[in-house]
Design a protein. Structure first.
Length: 435
C-alpha cells in the first residue's frame, strides 16, 4: 500500500506555468496535467515522477471499489501519470498492427507521490507529499516559485513531412467506403501523420499549444528524452466514485471568422446526418465496451450529440457511463475499452484489421490515451489527439477522422488539416501543400 499523503496549502495562488518552468521543467522526468491558461474551473497537477520499471503495474489497481469523496486537493491522490500507445492496445486485443517505433515507449508511466494540485475555481494550490514529508516538499515548491524560469527554445520554422499525400489519403477514404459498402465495418477512423526531422523543445511546444488551442485535458509528460504534449479535448475514461464514464468525440467543424458564420457552422455540425451517424455509432460501441466491466442495467447515455466549441473547432460530443463491477481493475477497464472506439471505428476488431491494411504504419502514442491513474483506483485519461510527440531527432503529429458511407473524400482531407494545423504550428511547422 502507498504511504498516506498530506497537503500543505500554498500561501498564495501561483500560475502553474510559472511554477512548472521554475522547477519540474529542469527535471528529466516531469509532468503537468493542465486545465488551461485561463481556466475558471477544473484542476491542474504538476510535479516530478520516477519512471515505473514495469508500467503494467498500473493495470493491477482495482477501480471498481473506488468510492471515496474528493479530497481537499482534488481527485488525484498519488499514483501514476503517463500514457499507453495505440500499438500497446492492439497487442492486448491481438489485433493486427504495425510494429511500434522503438524511439518512443508504448507504455510510459511515472510514479508520483509528490505533486502540486491547483483548484482553478477556488484559486487555491497545495503541495502534496507522503505524510511527514509535506513541509519539506512545500519548501521545495517555494524554491521553484522563486527560481529563474527555464527559457523555452524558439521553434525552427519548417514544412512538415506527410505520411500520405492529400490525394493518397482521399483514395484511402474511398477504400474505407468500399469496406463499409461490403458490410465489413460501419465506420472507420482513418489516420495519418505529419513529422519534422529535428529536435523539438517540448516546453516550447506546450507553451505555444496551450496559448493557441487551450483544452481541459492539456498537458505535458516528459521522460528521458521523449515527451507527449497535448491539447486534447476528448476525455476517454474517467473513474469517480465507482462510476466509469467516457465522452467520445465524433464530428468536427472549423470555427467561423465572425459570430454569424461561427454559429452557422455549429448548427451545420449538429444537423449533419453524416456527423450524427458517426457519433451515434461510436456511442453504441462504447455502450457495449462499458457493459463488459459495468453492472448489468447501469450503462446509460447521459448526453447525446452535444456541441462543444474550442478555439479551432466545434466538436460533437456524447457521454456514456455505468457502475463499475466491484472487482474491476484498471487492466479490466482498458481491455474492455482500449483503444477507444472513436479512434478505431465499428465493429472494433474488424475496423482495426481494415485500418492496418490501409495505413501500413504505426500510430505510435497518437490514438492512445494519457493522464493519471490513482493508487486508489480513480483515473482520468484523455485521448491522445491534438498532440505532439517528441523524441530524439524529431517529432510527429497524428490526425485523422471517422469515415462513414456518407463521407466525402476531400472533405475528410480538409478535416485532417484542420486538426493537425494547431499542433504543427506549436512546433513551428506548417502543413504541406494540399492539406
Amino acid at each position: 500500500m502507498p504511504a498516506p499523503l498530506a497537503a500543505v496549502a500554498l500561501p498564495a495562488w501561483i500560475d502553474p506555468a510559472r511554477l512548472f518552468a521554475g522547477g519540474p521543467a529542469r527535471h528529466p522526468h516531469a509532468f503537468w496535467l493542465d486545465a488551461g491558461p485561463d481556466a475558471g474551473d477544473g484542476w491542474s497537477w504538476l510535479g516530478i515522477g520516477a519512471p515505473e520499471a514495469d508500467p503494467d503495474v498500473v493495470r493491477e489497481v482495482r477501480s471498481g471499489v473506488t468510492a471515496d469523496p474528493e479530497s481537499e486537493w482534488g481527485r488525484f491522490r498519488g499514483g501514476w501519470v503517463g500514457w499507453f500507445g495505440y500499438e500497446y492496445a492492439a497487442a492486448r486485443m491481438q489485433a493486427p498492427a504495425s510494429v511500434a517505433e522503438s524511439a518512443v515507449p508504448q507504455a510510459l508511466w511515472l510514479r508520483v507521490d509528490c505533486f502540486v494540485a491547483f483548484d482553478h475555481a477556488a484559486q487555491r494550490a497545495w503541495a502534496v507529499a507522503p505524510l511527514g514529508q509535506e513541509d519539506a516538499f512545500a519548501a521545495q515548491v517555494h524554491g521553484w516559485a522563486e527560481a529563474e524560469p527555464v527559457a523555452a527554445s524558439a521553434p525552427r520554422q519548417t514544412v512538415a513531412t506527410p505520411r500520405h499525400e492529400p490525394g493518397e489519403y482521399a483514395g484511402l477514404v474511398e477504400r474505407c467506403r468500399d469496406a463499409i459498402r461490403e458490410g465489413d465495418a460501419y465506420q472507420l477512423c482513418l489516420t495519418t501523420r505529419f513529422s519534422v526531422p529535428h529536435e523539438v523543445d517540448p516546453l516550447a511546444v506546450h507553451t505555444a499549444l496551450r496559448a493557441a488551442t487551450p483544452a481541459h485535458h492539456g498537458g505535458i509528460v516528459r521522460s528521458a528524452g521523449v515527451a507527449l504534449v497535448s491539447a486534447s479535448p476528448e476525455r476517454f475514461l474517467e473513474v469517480e466514485g465507482g462510476i466509469l464514464r467516457t465522452r467520445p468525440i465524433k464530428g468536427t467543424r472549423p470555427r467561423g471568422t465572425d459570430a454569424a458564420t461561427d454559429a452557422a457552422l455549429a448548427a451545420e455540425l449538429l444537423a449533419s446526418p453524416k456527423e450524427r451517424a458517426e457519433n451515434v455509432m461510436i456511442v453504441d460501441l462504447m455502450r457495449n465496451d462499458l457493459s463488459r466491466v459495468c453492472a448489468d442495467g447501469t450503462v446509460a447515455v447521459d448526453a447525446l450529440l452535444s456541441v462543444e466549441s474550442y478555439p479551432a473547432v466545434h466538436q460533437l460530443v456524447s457521454t456514456v457511463s455505468g457502475t463499475l463491477n466491484a472487482d474491476a481493475s484498471v487492466g479490466d477497464i482498458l481491455d474492455a475499452t482500449f483503444p477507444a472506439g472513436s479512434m478505431t471505428g465499428a465493429p472494433k476488431l474488424s475496423a482495426m484489421t481494415i485500418l492496418d491494411g490501409l495505413e501500413h504504419a504505426p500510430r505510435g502514442v497518437f490514438a492512445g490515451c494519457y493522464g493519471w491513474i490513482g493508487a486508489d483506483g480513480a483515473l482520468d485519461l484523455a485521448m491522445v489527439i491534438r498532440s505532439v510527440v517528441t523524441h530524439p531527432g524529431g517529432a510527429y503529429v497524428g490526425a485523422g477522422g471517422g469515415i462513414t458511407w456518407g463521407s466525402e473524400a476531400w472533405a475528410e482531407v480538409a478535416e485532417v488539416g484542420i486538426k493537425a494545423r494547431g499542433p504543427l504550428a506549436a512546433m513551428g511547422a506548417v502543413l504541406p501543400s494540399g492539406w
